[in-house]
Design a binder for this molecule. Structure first.
Ligand code: DQA
Length: 147
């Protein structure tokens, strides 16, 4: 049975392609997910992707991943900067956890400089557009190889 990666997308990421293309590019979320999925398949993983604009949905997906998924790759959108509840949920997941961002929040508005998730994930990848997701998969593969 192949190992599952839970790919989580937070609020407003469903608008990728239309939303601030000068920051996030013109690639849609479906295209990012397809690219991530193809790469993951070539590494022997399956991907379960969930996008939600609701914090509680994302928390419940993290709970459901416990004991089921090998890794969580999460772009929590703006919840990255505010959600202690999502951070608490992620802290209960013992597999690999990678925070990912298309843009580089550290180079943007001050409210984006802090991540509530950073302290509970293995690492964060930001600022490389679609390549951020490729690098997140690479991180999962390497972390998984060390467990
Ligand atoms: C984002 C960065 C966040 O600050 C923002 O709220 C997003 C997208 C990114 O992928 O660059 O929605 O997570």
């Amino acid at each position: 049975m192949s190992k599952e990666i839970l790919l989580l997308s937070g609020p407003n990421l469903d608008l990728l392609g239309e939303r601030n293309p000068e920051i996030y590019g013109s690639t849609t979320l479906a295209e990012h997910v397809a690219r991530f999925g193809a790469l993951a398949t070539s590494e022997g993983y399956t991907v379960r992707h969930v996008q939600s604009n609701f914090e509680g949905d994302l928390i419940e997906q993290v709970h459901a991943a416990r004991g089921r998924s090998t890794a969580i790759v999460i772009n929590a959108g703006a919840l990255t900067h505010s959600s202690w509840a999502l951070a608490d949920a992620l802290a209960t997941f013992t597999g690999a956890k990678i925070e990912v961002h298309l843009s580089n929040p550290a180079a943007r508005e001050p409210f984006r400089h802090h991540s509530t998730l950073a302290a509970v994930v293995d690492g964060s990848i930001a600022g490389f557009g679609a390549v951020s997701y490729d690098l997140a998969l690479e991180a999962v593969v390497r972390l998984d190889a060390n467990t």
